[in-house]
Design a protein around this ligand. Structure first.
Ligand SMILES: [Zn+2]
Length: 416
């Protein structure tokens, strides 16, 4: 008699496509009628074998760091609503298990890079979102919106990222959670109007099933952003289909960000990481003070492997998101990952002042030094030039600087 996982594997391999848990059980019952297989055990074995189910790490065989998936244990991909298919790395991406913050966690490549030793709890929130609300807010594009709920929701903390979980099991977008407060439905209409995601007060009250004087919970959100290609929950390792609201930690949040294809809106400021932060409360306040938790700098740290693209220094405190075309010159490119480079404070300043530039010709990157910098006579400046002459541009793992931005810097900002 084969092991349960072998039975499951054989079932799912017997034909292509999607399998429900029930179909797998039926296959096993038919194929091995004499076996007394417990349906609960089959569920558990399916769960343990899905590379993208966070709960798989509750099983002994998955309590270990895994970089290269094992044929024997990692052969299913969870696609939502009690369905799985045979795991195919080229289709589903590479998944692994890491030991983070005292426990085993799944991740999808690229492996998230955390700012703290342990993944911060309550980093984000994901909330089931009414499709009409989503559509209305998408069209209205307001700076501030009311994501109302009639449900008794008491947040234990106030994470700033507020993800919109859409009914189609994708993550439609996100906003920054500013405040949660009770108010009457009437006041919410007066204060937010169509920014309640409805077209009239009548519709509002009908959706709420409330009167003007009834108290509702207002989640006041800033800068809602909708993803052009909303990532699937399953691709983010977030099986949220049965819950209305869920807290996500930093690790889970970063997996979502890594699955968002287009460029993220960014915080123009260069937030400093407070390395002295110790307690949970302090950490949360650090995060809350930022307009966006996930900003350009963090994404750059990820793709440049936490190192200055010129000298390779890896001291996070001095790494900056260096814009190629300045924000003041072009607001549009400022939001793009391929218009920025991760540089240490020294190389950021030199780049920003046009004393160095980065060229890209025939697929090769070069670092050019301005005449002005070469003329400088101090030994320190000479040494700097010598090091720059030897330095090689460290290419990011993805979204390399765009040629358009580099050409602009070469011709408009660089002081030959
Ligand atoms: Zn540097």
């Amino acid at each position: 008699m084969p092991f349960l996982k072998e039975m499951i594997r054989e079932a799912v391999s017997s034909r292509e496509g999607v399998w429900t848990y029930d179909e797998i059980k039926e296959y096993i019952r038919n194929k091995w009628p004499d076996q007394d297989t417990n349906p609960g055990s089959i569920d558990a074995q399916i769960e343990a074998s899905c590379v993208n189910l966070p709960t798989r790490t509750n099983y002994p065989e998955n309590k270990k760091e895994i970089n290269t998936l094992r044929d024997e244990y990692d052969f299913l991909f969870w696609i939502g609503r009690g369905k799985v298919e045979l795991y195919n790395p080229s289709k589903h991406g590479k998944w692994g298990i890491a030991f983070v913050g005292g426990k085993y966690r799944i991740y999808k490549e690229p492996k998230p890079v955390l700012e703290y030793d342990t993944p911060m709890k309550d980093y984000s929130i994901i909330y089931e979102t009414d499709p009409t609300w989503l559509e209305n807010i998408k069209n209205l594009k307001p700076d501030i919106v009311n994501f109302w709920s009639t449900r008794e929701t008491n947040l234990r903390t106030k994470p700033s990222n507020f993800f919109f979980k859409a009914l189609d099991q994708t993550i439609a977008g996100y906003a920054t959670l500013k405040e949660v407060k009770p108010m009457t439905a009437g006041k919410a209409w007066v204060e937010f109007g169509e920014r309640n995601g409805v077209n009239s007060e009548e519709e509002f009250l009908r959706k709420l099933d409330a009167n003007r004087n009834d108290i509702i919970k207002a989640f006041i959100l800033e800068n809602p952003i909708f993803f052009e290609n909303p990532p699937k929950s399953a691709d983010c390792g977030i099986p949220t289909e049965y819950v209305t609201m869920e807290y996500l930690d930093e690790w889970q949040t970063k997996i979502i960000w890594s699955q968002v294809k287009e460029f993220e809106p960014i915080d123009q400021s260069k937030p400093e990481i407070n390395s002295d932060v110790s307690g949970e409360v302090d950490r949360l306040s650090v995060v809350e003070s930022r307009p966006y938790q996930y900003n350009l700098r963090r994404k750059l740290i990820e793709i440049y492997d936490g190192k200055c693209a010129i000298c390779g220094i890896d001291i996070q405190e001095i790494l900056r998101a260096s814009h190629i075309i300045r924000h003041s010159e072009n607001k549009k490119t400022a939001k793009r990952l391929d218009n920025a480079i991760l540089l240490c404070s020294l190389h950021d300043s030199l780049f920003d002042k046009g004393l160095i530039t980065i060229t890209h010709n025939n697929g090769t990157y070069g670092i050019e030094i301005s005449g002005k910098l070469r003329e400088s006579r101090s030994n320190a400046a000479k040494e700097l030039c010598e090091n720059l002459a030897k330095a090689k541009f460290r290419e990011p793992t993805r979204n390399p600087p765009s040629d358009e931005s580099l050409r602009h810097h070469n011709s408009k900002i660089f002081k030959k």
